[in-house]
Ligand binder design. Structure first.
Ligand SMILES: [Zn+2]
Length: 207
């Protein structure tokens, strides 16, 4: 049997110091590029093109869009850490997945966004955001495929932790929720070992 597939491979294009929007001070960075490769027996063989790039802070591990390097003062929503944007978007998509939103769900999602994110979201901002996402009709797999290459392991981990927190909010995590979270991790090309590690860590925290 021949095993083939594709995988994103990361490389560093440039490094130096930048004004990190999350640390709000000068920090070392790495400008990372993700190239999609055709793999044979899990070995990357043929480059298929760029899957994305991002700037990673050496201190807080946040990843940002590359244009953050051109900005002297980057206190702007556009330069919010990519994982933070991804948390907002993914949480809303999970909430919308069953077709309805109730008040309790909105409260939980707002709490989780503000717990894991660096910038607080108000209830009004969340309402506006939910309406925006509702109009876009993009599903969670499509979204994560797009954003995955702009996240480092730290960002992916936070995203999975948020999804687990939403799933656990009603007191139990059921099989369909486990399936969704496993699918999310797979789409972002996380290893099973990494995912299991996060599950175990979350269970320990709860006990
Ligand atoms: Zn930072």
């Amino acid at each position: 049997m021949i095993i083939f597939g594709t995988r994103g491979v990361k490389s560093t294009i440039k490094s130096g110091n930048f004004n990190c929007p999350q640390c709000e001070t000068s920090r070392p960075y790495r400008h990372r590029k993700v190239t999609r490769f055709f793999t044979l027996y899990f070995i990357p063989l043929i480059p298929l093109g760029s899957a994305g790039e991002y700037v990673e802070c050496g201190h807080c591990k946040g990843t940002f869009i590359p244009r953050v390097l051109e900005m002297g003062n980057s206190r702007n929503e556009e330069f919010m850490a990519i994982y933070e944007k991804a948390i907002r978007h993914t949480m809303v998509l999970i909430m919308l997945a069953d077709g309805e939103i109730d008040e309790r769900e909105m409260e939980i999602v707002q709490k989780i966004i503000n717990k894991f994110g660096h910038n607080d979201i108000t209830r009004e901002q969340l309402d506006i955001y939910v309406h925006k996402v509702q109009r876009s009709s993009e599903d969670i797999t499509t979204y994560l495929k797009k954003v995955g290459p702009s996240l480092n392991e730290h960002g992916k981990e936070i995203l999975i932790k948020c999804a687990l927190s939403v799933a656990a909010a009603d007191g139990h995590i059921d099989d369909s929720e486990i399936d969704l979270i496993t699918q999310m991790a797979k789409t972002m090309e996380m290893s099973n070992t990494h995912l299991e590690g996060i599950f175990n860590q979350m269970i320990e925290v709860k006990e």
